[in-house]
Design a binder for this molecule. Structure first.
Ligand SMILES: NC(=O)c1ccc[n+]([C@@H]2O[C@H](COP(=O)([O-])OP(=O)(O)OC[C@H]3O[C@@H](n4cnc5c(N)ncnc54)[C@H](OP(=O)(O)O)[C@@H]3O)[C@@H](O)[C@H]2O)c1
Length: 309
């Protein structure tokens, strides 16, 4: 697998990472117990995955605990990225005083004494445009608790602000065939030595092609109303016309990795089969004409009327 520098650290990461929201997360994503989660993460490591994304609030802390247990013997060989702002007990706390406590709690759950990176978990614009949170994160760097820091954000405006106003080493951003608004900023992030992690690369599963207009969803995806499901289903059909016989999942991931400034993608993985398919995207390259048609589809059909997340 191609690797990229993980900015702010001295580590390199292969471009297919592991999205840890699904680990142990029965409420939001479907059953997976602790042992199954540990086995899945270890299997990912065995197959070459080195970047693991998690957060205190994923499965009430269980996602971090699973990753910690699975990777404790290979700790220095992996990059663990976790977050601040949404607590394991479900509360939200972006106060300055909460930052060190949050990091200490994550260290415990992750069975480690340092974090490769910690990122603010969808902070408001007032935090992004200020200095205080980043000064506090610089202090934790000096203490050796974290090596790098950054933000998890969704929009072009937030991305631009992170690049203009903060000393972020890492930006985790939503980007996929249906959400292409931020692509003009990838090159700039690269020039500024900011690692770009792409979250939700499969549009929460839609870009695998396995759902249609009749699909129903539970958990976190019950947010979609009927119109949204029908619109997404129609757009997936348009994408399939462009990708033709190509496997949609790996095409969707390869589309993202085709942008030079992208460090890695972190598809959410629920089983070994997902893992194996996603890894096949690592060395896949899309023909220019296909890429251009996927970009055109976004510009003509989605850009002016964005899909809800
Ligand atoms: N605010 C934030 O910081 C934030 C927000 C969202 C996500 N994230 C991070 O980004 C990661 C990825 O985002 P996401 O999980 O929301 O969306 P995603 O990666 O676009 O979609 C994940 C879903 O895609 C399906 N899937 C994945 N690989 C598959 C494969 N090979 N074949 C068939 N289906 C496959 C699974 O759906 P089924 O469950 O239906 O099988 C899985 O639950 C998360 O795990 C999390 O670490 C961060």
């Amino acid at each position: 697998m191609k690797t990229r520098k993980y900015d702010g650290t001295n580590k390199q990461v292969p471009q297919i990472g592991f999205g840890g929201w699904q680990l142990g997360n029965a409420d939001h994503w479907g059953d997976m117990d602790f042992e199954e989660g540990v086995d899945l993460v270890r299997e990912a490591y065995r197959k070459g995955v080195r970047l693991f994304d998690t957060a205190p609030n994923y499965a009430g802390g269980m996602s971090e605990a699973i990753i910690g247990e699975a990777l404790k013997d290979v700790r220095d060989d992996v990059v663990i990225n976790t977050k601040i702002g949404h607590r394991a007990d479900g509360g939200i706390d972006f106060s300055l005083e909460a930052i060190e406590t949050s990091v200490r709690n994550s260290l415990k759950r992750l069975s480690t004494d340092y974090l490769d990176s910690v990122i603010l978990h969808n902070p408001g614009l007032e935090i992004l445009s200020g200095d205080d949170h980043f000064a506090e994160l610089d202090r934790l760097k000096r203490l050796g608790m974290i090596n790098a820091y950054g933000v998890s954000i969704d929009t072009h405006e937030e991305f631009e602000m992170a690049l203009n106003h903060t000393g972020c080493d890492v930006v985790e951003i939503m980007f996929n065939i249906f959400f292409q608004d931020v692509s003009p900023l990838f090159e700039r992030a690269k020039k500024q030595d900011v690692a770009v992690i792409v979250k939700v690369p499969l549009d929460s599963g839609w870009l695998t092609g396995k759902y249609d207009a009749q699909s129903t969803f539970t958990g976190i995806r019950s947010r979609w109303d009927k119109d949204t499901i029908e619109r997404r289903a129609a757009l997936v059909e348009r994408v399939k016309k462009i990708t033709e016989k190509d496997d949609l999942t790996t095409t969707a991931l390869a589309f993202i990795l085709g942008f030079d400034g992208v460090t890695a993608v972190i598809p959410g993985i629920r089983n070994e089969q997902h893992l194996d398919v996603n890894l096949q995207a690592a060395d896949k390259e899309l023909p220019d004409t296909m890429r251009e048609r996927l970009i055109k589809l976004y510009r003509e059909e989605i850009k002016d009327e964005p899909l809800p997340w």
